[in-house]
Design a protein around this ligand. Structure first.
Ligand code: G3H
Ligand code: 13P
Ligand code: ZN
Length: 305
């Protein structure tokens, strides 16, 4: 069934585990997530960005997710990085059970005002809201202390922001970065800051840019003839520490994109005659399912339905 973000994350916060949030753009991603979530009895968050909506259509995505959300599953259907208020309003009527308002690029007062507005609309319909404070960028890529202070989430400000907006979850900037090519140096999270935020804020915290580009993925990408370049993510052990320090939602997009592409590349390389898309996409699903299972294990969300 479809459930709210608030219900799933409140339980995760109490149980000290996290729930993985996977970005989808098409049916194959959704099928892979559902298959593994069912097998491991894990709640999952299925999220679509504004880019995914532009690509696949909000109604198509919503219909797919609603159809997939059978009784034996707990799926949160979430709008990721909602910046356009028109898209957020549409999502509130399309079946999403949670929306993110991303005002992180706005001045603090403007972010607060608009987050509050979205919370007002969403809560009337029983829909949860994730907000964001701070900018998601790798700590190691920042040179000065003042630069870090300017973009990483401030614990005191976070407490005030949550109180005033009444948001249900807060995305924090503690040194992760979006995408595959995240860091020049060794990625490291500001766990001290995270613990302080977790103490001062009473809602579940969200970690964006949590793809780790694991050794399994690197192996698969290389085996399939792909190039990994300088891709580097936060290690599983750092993500685990973040979960132990208050993170309840882990956002994963890049790792599934890499897995999908590795699967397609492999199939086409190994079988020069294949032209049935079901065989090609089936191979992509297989690798995605392995990565999804890895993430559920990392989050500790298995057997938590
Ligand atoms: O955090 C953003 C997600 O990775 C979405 O990326 O806008 O390319 O769909 P996208
Ligand atoms: P990655 O692409 O780094 O996994 O980040 C995903 C994300 O934060 C989606 O909001
Ligand atoms: Zn994100």
């Amino acid at each position: 069934m479809l459930v709210s973000l608030k219900s799933v994350l409140t339980k995760a916060r109490k149980g000290k585990y996290a729930v993985p949030a996977f970005n989808i753009n098409d049916l194959e991603f959704l099928q892979a997530i559902v298959e593994v979530a069912k097998k491991l009895k894990s709640p999952v968050i299925v999220q679509t960005s504004e880019g995914a909506i532009k690509y696949a259509g909000m109604e198509n995505l919503a219909n797919m997710v609603k159809t997939a959300a059978k009784k034996d599953l707990k799926i949160v259907f979430h709008l990721d990085h909602g910046k356009d208020l028109k898209i957020i309003k549409k999502a509130l009527s399309a079946g999403y059970t949670s929306v993110m308002f991303d005002g992180s690029a706005l001045p603090y007062a403007e972010n607060l005002k608009l987050t509050k507005k979205v919370v007002g609309w969403a809560h009337k319909k029983g829909i949860s809201v994730e907000a964001e404070l701070g900018a998601i960028k790798g700590v190691e890529d920042l040179v000065s202390v003042s630069e870090k202070e300017a973009i990483l989430t401030n614990p005191k400000q976070a407490a005030e922001f949550v109180k005033k907006t009444d948001c249900d979850a807060l995305a924090v900037a503690i040194g992760t970065s979006h995408g595959a090519y995240k860091f020049k140096g060794t990625p490291k999270l500001d766990l001290k800051r995270l613990k302080e935020i977790s103490k001062s804020v009473q809602v579940p915290l969200v970690l964006h840019g949590a793809s780790g580009v694991s050794s399994y993925l690197v192996k698969m990408i290389r085996q399939c003839g792909g190039e990994i370049g300088c891709a580097k993510g936060n290690s599983d052990s750092e993500i685990k520490k973040a979960i132990n320090s208050g993170i309840c939602k882990i956002n994963i997009d890049t790792d599934l994109r890499l897995a999908f592409t590795a699967g397609v590349r492999c199939k086409l390389k190994r079988d020069k005659k294949v032209f049935d898309p079901r065989q090609i996409l089936g191979a992509a699903k297989e690798i995605m399912e392995k990565v999804i299972a890895e993430k559920i294990k990392l989050c500790g969300s298995g057997e938590k339905l």
